[in-house]
Design a protein around this ligand. Structure first.
Ligand SMILES: [Zn+2]
Length: 105
């Protein structure tokens, strides 16, 4: 599978870069850090400035959703991988998606 690293999805904001682009299959992979992207298993709120952190985390999650919508609108499939996920399992998930997409196209 050919891929690009750290590249914007064509037709979307160049400031929001996917971690991996599989151009032939139009799959955009984002590896989300557990702390910043509010992983349900590992998120924790810092003790100081809690309201600021809550707003910060909420804005990042909102931006992720907005990015996913823009990627879908551009005809690509966004895939979110948590930082804590096993890389082999994540790759398997993407491989399965690739098989499904190939079956459709
Ligand atoms: Zn996590």
């Amino acid at each position: 599978m050919r891929f690009l690293v750290d590249a914007p999805v064509p037709g979307t904001s160049r400031r929001r870069r996917a971690d991996v682009l599989l151009r032939g299959l139009r799959i955009a992979v984002y590896v989300d850090g557990c702390f910043w992207h509010s992983c349900p298993q590992h998120q924790h709120l810092p003790r100081t400035n809690r309201e600021w952190w809550q707003r910060k985390f909420a804005s990042i999650v909102q931006r992720d959703h907005d990015t996913d919508r823009a990627v879908l609108a551009a005809g690509w499939t966004p895939v979110r991988v948590w930082e804590h996920e096993d890389p082999d399992e994540a790759a398997g998930r993407i491989r399965s998606l690739a098989v499904d997409l190939r079956a459709v196209t």
